[in-house]
Design a protein around this ligand. Sequence first.
Ligand SMILES: C[S@@+](CC[C@H](N)C(=O)[O-])C[C@H]1O[C@@H](n2cnc3c(N)ncnc32)[C@H](O)[C@@H]1O
Length: 218
Amino acid sequence: MATKIYPDSGVELSPFISKNYDKVMNIGSMGLYKRFIKGAIADMNIQPSDSIIDMGCGTGRNASLMTSYLNEKGEIIGLDISPEMEQQFNSKFKLDARVSFKNKRIDQALELNQMFDKIFISFVIHGFPNEVRSAVIDNAINHLKPGGAFYILDFAEFDMAKMPFHHRAIFKAVECKYAFDYIKRDWKDILRSSGFVAFEEHFYMNKYVRLLKAIKKE
Ligand SMILES: C[S@@+](CC[C@H](N)C(=O)[O-])C[C@H]1O[C@@H](n2cnc3c(N)ncnc32)[C@H](O)[C@@H]1O
């Protein structure tokens, strides 16, 4: 990525981190990430013919786990802006016509001319300033079929002051300032005011991480 639009963002990654993203996650989590992400994707209850958007899809690691639940009618579109992520994503799926990549920003109005069963966003929305997070949510609601599900896999809501010292020190060292704001907000309330209902939550990693499912009203 040449220039960051949001200077304090930790999700607009450098070319080096983008190229090595999966390795960084595996090493940084001391091997825990692999099991965690497999469990979180399993908790999405993907149906065989689901059509899915993965917003800020990265290397395609998550999409790859999702494909194991799909039949030949299923479909995944990954959206990202990083050329290094695009290259890794496309090389994973060159033999799988169900999965495609589009170079599109998710923090600006999107038009994909298609409605989807599920929209997934994993560790991206916390890294935007709060003023633009509503654009991401609007893009999700505008591309979901009625009754479709929006899944946010990201930090849960928690109080940094109540974290054990060593957890707080790690979180402060690795996360960007937008994340410190993200964890303070009531995301069910925010999604409810955008037209989502029927929330479900799954927690991981000492309850610091949550998969939040929200249904678009019928
Ligand atoms: C922390 S990584 C997460 C990648 C992937 N979702 C995962 O869980 O492995 C953040 C991703 O968001 C992408 N990204 C950042 N800003 C974006 C934007 N405005 N629109 C689309 N993708 C964006 C980055 O290029 C990167 O691939």
